[in-house]
Design a protein around this ligand. Structure first.
Ligand SMILES: [Cu+2]
Length: 354
């Protein structure tokens, strides 16, 4: 039974499971009947027992029978399968709508009814991945900020992508939808039990495809509402802080310290911790013309990305403070000794196109 599908935690996943079991049993019965008839005939009517082959052909009766029986079996399968499929594809009248955007290699969640949005990134330590620490129970299935949804309510997912094709797959909900750039796919779920559910990107999307897991926490509606209000408040405050930051200058030490953290969690996967990149794939930042040249151009590359390359736009993913810190860090780490600090207002100016 460990090899079988799981029943999941939604009515739809239960229906999918039942459908799978029904069709599986039909296949088992067909297999037993067909192979049973074959082997019994071969054994009882073998040549050494003096069997003589029958010599009939074009039996209309037999042909009708072997057409009608499979036809009836297929209809019997198609009716429940179509019912379940139609139910799965009906995202109408949702209670909550979440925009899910895949990007290399993380998920972005935006609650359409509230002022809440954030990125959800792999939380497994790199040391576990590189076999320096022991691998823990939820290895590669844990994120920093899970998606939170209410139980007992219809949650609609609008699924799209920033770059290549990803796929949002949550086995316990029987939800698996491709995230295509330029298109919005719909899916929905209604989770019965509170809990933590884990899934993964299910479409080979590049180098770190195996490192963009999905974690969903289903909470009782009242807890969910508290969580949403709290998040909306935190995000409102963060925006205010950001406005204040524009009038301030951070010190080199502060910028470098925060910048190193941001670099390790956001940039090091491609440009590597030592800033040397991967030759031929990801450019080095150490001694690079971008990281040691014109500041505005450097900010522009980080904020807007470089189209046609793997360099994403980080303008929306990182706060002004984190952007200023990480750019300062890149300009002053690994022997890139420009001695320049980049402040939140410098980044803001580039974002606003000034
Ligand atoms: Cu992906």
């Amino acid at each position: 039974m460990r090899l079988n599908l799981t029943k999941g935690v939604t009515d739809i996943s239960q229906q999918v499971y039942d459908l799978h079991m029904t069709i599986f049993m039909i296949c088992v019965v067909i297999g037993v009947v067909v192979f049973g008839a074959m082997f019994i005939s071969m054994y009882l009517h073998r040549k050494s027992r003096g069997a003589k082959p029958a010599n009939f052909h074009e039996s209309t009766k037999v042909e009708i029978v072997w057409t009608v029986i499979p036809f009836l079996i297929l209809i019997g399968i198609a009716i429940p399968a179509a019912k379940t499929l139609i139910a799965m594809e009906d995202p109408s009248n949702p209670d909550v709508t979440v925009l899910v955007t895949g990007s290399q290699w993380k998920w972005h969640y935006k609650y359409m009814d509230n002022d809440v949005e954030y990125y959800s990134v792999l939380a497994t330590q790199p040391e576990q991945i590189h076999n320096k620490f022991e691998k823990q129970q939820n290895y590669l299935l844990e994120v920093d900020r899970p998606l939170v949804i209410p139980t007992g309510q219809k949650v609609r997912f609008l699924i799209t992508s920033d770059d290549v094709i990803h796929s949002w797959w949550m086995p316990a909900f029987a939800v698996k939808k491709d995230a295509n750039p330029g298109f919005i796919n719909e899916a929905w779920t209604r989770v019965n039990e509170p809990g933590i559910y884990r899934g993964q990107c299910a479409e080979l999307c590049g180098k770190d495809h195996g490192f963009m897991p999905i974690v969903v926490i289903a909470k009782e509606p009242a807890d969910y509402q508290n969580w949403v209000d709290e998040q909306a408040e935190i995000q409102r405050k963060a925006k205010e802080e950001e406005q204040k930051l524009l009038a301030m200058n951070m010190s080199m030490e502060e910028l470098m310290e925060n910048g190193q953290k941001v670099y390790q969690s956001t940039c090091a996967a491609c440009h590597q911790g030592n800033g040397e990149g991967l030759p031929g794939i990801f450019p080095a930042l150490k001694n690079s013309p971008v990281a040691t040249g014109d500041v505005k151009h450097h900010i522009d590359v980080v904020v807007h990305g470089v189209s046609g390359t793997a360099m994403q736009a980080f303008g929306k993913q990182l706060s002004l403070k984190d952007l200023a810190s990480v750019i300062t860090y890149e300009r002053n780490a690994w022997g890139n000794s420009t001695g320049e600090t980049v402040q939140a207002k410098d980044v803001n100016a580039v974002i606003k196109g000034q």
